[in-house]
Design a protein around this ligand. Structure first.
Ligand code: MFK
Length: 556
């Protein structure tokens, strides 16, 4: 007897995505939506069609590093996969980076850009990684105001012409640590009036890029982050040879295996200062904030892909006499995942809106502070949500979800990087605390949340609003108490605190959209998502303390 199971299929990923279309209808002015819609339809069609098919065919390909040519020359050539080659061209042509810098739609340009990225990401094997770096590098160079480098690189990083388009790497991590960047050991020396870098980079993104931003310590500078400087590097010389950079090996990673992540030796690499010879961490921060936003968008995109496939499969797969899509328990599981995606999506795109306002010079001081605080909060929350949602999503296929040639397990493996790279959950929790300290506490965030919720009238949403406000009140009280108890208490609770902020703000955003969707679309789906998201929990703060942590962490 043949055993036949129909594989899941994807339709137009823009047309099929009610949540995305509903959000864009609320946020974008009518003329902006009309202008960007054809490009989104086009990307949605490709994401669910041509690119997805190519991705399945290309499944087993991985980037290949060739260190030497036949004649003994060190070449360090990396051949990327067919999907990546296609993705690079498409990304340039469709303006995946450019849209943010052309500013055709002023403060909404970031919404335009990241809506495209949201559709593009899951069908291009994390090509969003080099795009994130490219976008971040353009923003960091502009923020530094270095006219020579802006003239040399930014026009290329933001080009729509695939022949001119450059991508950028971001080389920070060293063996001393990926989180504590101040421990960077790479040295910068001035030789014949030009800077040269010497050191080892342990985990470098987007090594096929034409340039990179990196940190190194000019000789004689003090230890720590302030003693580092931000440098611009071009990866190849005019003959196309590696620019005194050795690619030692590609990393053997759990996921993101299409992304050529490498270990490098910088052996006198020519480099140029971006913004003075110190305070490198501060100067690279604009890049970090952009790449963290890409991370949040990528988390949403992967969740959406897992759900789109799971929903289609549920309509086809018949068990115990009915399609899974008619089984209450299966539906309940998928609804829970959709609610988490809904919260992640609204928080992420709220950050995207703030970033757009900031880029366009239209953000108030309060909005700049919110952007600074919510960027790490969104990244850390959505990264964790993606791992949980993708784990459930592949489980919803039963055994098929665990089998490689369905193309499903890779979703979970790729999702697992999202809470790790660009700052782990814990490091970003501490970063959020620093941002709040600079903002003078939670007052601005609570004001903003109150503003978001002021139009809510539907009784369930009113109850949800009260829960949001209670969770933020509790968070504020927890912080005040922990600060009295000392730094160990603050640090021990930082993740629960940051997660609580993230869940509260995202729930407020979902509630606000749910009210709008009821009134303007007569649609109760976001309301259902709000109820479910609230039921999953808002506050994670509990009366646990650092002494408990020390007791429980001990072994033996
Ligand atoms: C799909 C897309 C995904 C992309 C894939 C990428 C793969 C690439 C692989 C990687 O490279 S991952 C590398 C990830 N590593 C990190 O993200 C670093 C994580 N660690 C941190 O973020 C730490 O918080 C940090 C290194 C920044 C702490 O270092 P320090 O030396 O203790 O810095 P400090 O004192 O906190 O900040 C120094 C200055 O920078 C301060 O300004 P001032 O000089 O004016 O006082 C800070 O305010 C500022 N700063 C730090 N973080 C900032 C920031 N400003 C704005 N935004 C931030 N996020």
């Amino acid at each position: 007897m043949p055993f036949l199971q129909k594989p899941p299929e994807l339709g137009n990923q823009y047309e099929d995505d009610f949540a995305l279309r509903s959000y864009l209808s609320r946020v974008l002015p009518v003329d902006v939506l009309a202008d960007v819609q054809p490009a989104l339809m086009h990307m949605g069609e490709r994401a669910g069609g041509e690119l997805y098919r190519l991705q399945l065919v290309d499944r087993e390909n991985e980037p290949v590093l060739t260190q030497w040519d036949a004649w003994g020359n060190r070449v360090d050539h990396i051949e990327v996969t067919p999907v990546w080659k296609r993705a690079e061209r498409l990304a340039a042509e469709q303006g995946l980076v450019a849209a943010a810098y052309e500013r055709k739609h002023a403060a909404f340009s970031r919404v335009h850009q990241f809506a495209l990225a949201y559709l593009f990401t899951a069908s291009t094997d994390l090509y969003s990684c080099p795009l994130a770096m490219t976008d971040g590098a353009a923003r960091a160079l502009l923020a530094a105001g270095n006219e020579r480098l802006i003239g040399r690189a930014v026009a290329r990083l933001t080009s729509r012409d695939p022949r001119r388009f450059w991508t950028s790497g971001q080389w920070m991590t060293e063996t001393a640590g990926g989180s504590d960047v101040g421990l960077t050991e790479t040295a910068a020396r001035q030789e014949n009036g030009a800077w040269r870098l010497y050191g080892r980079k342990w985990f470098t993104s987007a090594i096929t890029s034409q340039m990179a931003l990196t940190l190194a310590r000019p000789e004689g500078n003090p230890a720590g982050g302030r003693g580092l400087a931000l440098f611009y590097v071009e990866t190849r010389d005019q003959q196309g040879r590696p620019n005194r950079i050795l690619v030692n090996r590609l990393k053997d990673k759990l996921g993101t295996r299409k992304v050529p992540t490498a270990e490098l030796t910088l052996d006198g690499t020519p480099a140029e200062l971006v913004a003075g010879s110190s305070d490198g961490v501060r100067h690279i921060a604009p890049m970090l904030n952009v790449t963290r936003t890409w991370n949040s968008v990528s988390a949403c995109a992967l969740m959406r892909r897992g759900l789109a496939l799971a929903r289609d499969f549920a309509r086809k797969r018949v068990v115990f006499g009915a399609p899974l899509a008619e089984k209450p328990l299966h539906l309940d599981t998928l609804a829970g995942l959709q609610a988490e995606l809904c919260g992640a999506f609204h928080l992420t795109f709220f950050v995207v809106e703030l970033l757009g306002r900031s880029d366009a010079g239209q953000a108030s001081e309060q909005q700049e502070q919110l952007l600074r605080t919510l960027t790490p909060v969104a990244k850390l929350l959505t990264g964790r949500q993606a791992v949980q949602v993708l784990s459930e999503a592949i489980e919803s296929f039963g055994g098929a979800g665990y089998v490689e040639d369905t193309g499903l397990p890779v979703l979970l493996r790729d999702a697992q990087v999202l809470p790790i790279w660009e700052g782990t959950t814990n490091v970003l929790s501490l970063d959020a605390l620093k941002a709040l300290e600079a903002a003078g506490g939670l007052a601005a965030l609570r004001r903003e949340t109150g503003y978001l919720l002021q139009g809510v009238r539907e009784p369930d949403l009113v109850r949800i609003s009260a829960r949001v406000e209670k969770a933020l009140e509790q968070a504020e009280a927890w912080l005040a108490q922990a600060m009295k108890d000392g730094p160990a208490q603050v640090e021990a609770g930082a993740r629960r605190f940051a997660m609580t902020l993230g869940r509260a703000v995202s729930l407020a955003l979902v509630a606000r959209h749910a009210q709008w969707s009821l009134e303007h679309e007569r649609d109760a789906r976001t309301l259902a998502a709000a109820r479910r998201y609230a039921a999953h929990g808002v506050s994670l703060l509990a009366a646990v303390d650092a002494d408990d942590s020390r007791l429980l962490a001990r072994d033996g």
